[in-house]
Design a protein around this ligand. Structure first.
Ligand code: AMP
Length: 301
C-alpha cells in the first residue's frame, strides 16, 4: 500500500568527535524515504529552495520514491541544520536550524497522493503536520514525529497534531520534555493521553519501547560496531516501521511489534555512514539479513 511522507528535505552539516560532514543531504523526510523504500513504495512531499543541489535531487530520484510532491520554490532557501555530537554519541546539540522554506506556506499534496492509506508526518513544523492531515482523503494510519524545537516553541500546534494522529514516535528526551515525566513508561502513557493510540519511544543505543493502552514491547538497539553518524536514526527507524506496515497493509498490534524490529534494523544501517549514504546503499536483502540476525540475538530458552 502507498506510504506518504512529509517532513524536511535539507542540507546538513554534522560534526562528530572524530569527523565532520559539511553541506550533505539530510532532512527528516529524506532519511525516512530512503529507509521506507526498502520495504514499500514511498510518496515524498516537501519543499526545497532553488539552492537545492542537483546532486541531492538526483539522489532522491530512486525508483521506489515518487518525488512528484517535491516542490522547488523559486526565491526560497532550503532548510539547513547544523548538529554536533558529543563524545557520547547519544548526546547532540543543534548548533543552528535555518527553517527557510519550512517557515513558509506548506507544499501541497498532489491530488494523486491524497488517497494514501499510510502517512508519516516526519519532523517539521506541527502546523504543517496538521495542515497535511486536512488535505488527505481519509488516511487509515497516521503517525508523527516531533523534536525539541517544536515542543518548546510551538506546543499548541503540536498538541493539535497529536490529537489527530494514530501514533507518535519520539526520543526519550522529547517524551520527557513533552510530558514533564522523567520515568519513560509514565511519559509514554502521558503521551497516549494526548490522543495517539500508540507511542514509540526511541532510546538511542538503548533501543526502543512501544506503549499502547494494553500492550508493551521493549527492544534493544541492533548492536553495530561502526557508529559514524547517528543523524537520521530516528527518521530511518520510522521509515522501517512504516515501510513494514505499508508493505503488509496491517496496523494490528502484532504487525506494529514486528514493525518496531524492522525500524530498529533500518536505523542501525543509517548510522554506519554520514548523511543518507549507508541507508541509500542498502537493499531490502541487507535489511532482511540484519532483521534475521536481530531476531536470533533475541532468542533464548
Ligand atoms: P534525527 O537524527 O532522526 O533526529 O534526524 C535528523 C535530521 O532531521 C537531519 O537530517 C536534519 O536536517 C533534520 N532536522 C533537524 N532539526 C529539525 C527540525 N527542527 N525539524 C525538522 N527536521 C529537522
Amino acid at each position: 500500500m502507498s506510504l506518504l511522507v512529509t517532513g524536511t528535505i535539507g542540507i546538513d552539516t554534522v560534526e562528530t568527535a572524530r569527523d565532520k560532514a559539511e553541506n550533505v543531504l539530510g532532512g527528516s523526510a529524506a532519511y525516512f524515504a530512503f529507509a521506507a523504500r526498502l520495504l514499500a513504495p514511498v510518496r515524498l512531499v516537501g519543499a526545497v529552495g532553488d539552492d537545492f543541489p542537483t546532486a541531492f535531487r538526483d539522489a532522491l530520484n530512486d525508483p521506489s520514491i515518487d518525488t512528484s510532491g517535491l516542490e522547488t520554490r523559486a526565491g526560497s532557501k532550503t532548510f539547513r541544520w547544523h548538529g554536533k555530537y558529543l563524545e557520547d554519541m547519544n548526546q547532540r546539540e543543534s548548533i543552528s536550524t535555518d527553517l527557510n522554506v519550512v517557515a513558509e506556506a506548506p507544499p501541497a499534496i498532489p491530488e494523486s497522493f491524497r488517497d494514501s492509506p499510510f502517512v508519516f508526518l516526519a519532523n517539521t513544523h506541527p502546523a504543517v503536520q496538521y495542515g497535511f492531515i486536512d488535505q488527505l482523503d481519509s488516511p487509515g494510519f497516521v503517525v508523527c514525529d516531533t523534536m525539541d524545537l517544536w515542543i518548546n516553541e510551538f506546543r499548541d500546534d503540536l498538541l493539535k497534531t497529536l490529537s489527530r494522529v494514530h501514533g507518535v514516535v519520539l526520543n526519550d528526551g522529547e517524551a520527557r520534555m513533552l510530558t514533564g515525566k522523567d520515568d519513560l513508561f509514565r511519559a509514554a502513557q502521558a503521551v497516549l493521553d494526548l490522543g495517539p493510540t500508540l507511542a514509540v519511544i526511541k532510546k538511542g543505543e538503548h533501543g526502543a519501547m512501544l506503549v499502547t493502552r494494553d500492550d508493551l514491547l521493549v527492544l534493544p538497539a541492533f548492536p553495530t560496531s561502526s557508529v559514524v553518524d547517528p543523524t537520521g536514526a530516528g527518521d530511518s527507524f520510522a521509515g522501517g516501521m512504516m515501510g513494514h506496515l505499508a508493505a503488509t497493509n496491517r496496523t494490528d498490534i502484532a504487525a506494529v511489534r514486528s514493525a518496531i524490529a524492522w525500524g530498529t534494523c533500518a536505523a542501525s544501517l543509517t548510522i554506519e555512514a554520514f548523511s543518507v549514504d549507508a541507508i541509500r546503499a542498502a537493499d531490502r536483502e541487507a535489511l532482511a539479513r540484519r532483521l534475521a540476525r536481530f531476531r536470533s540475538s533475541l532468542a533464548f530458552d
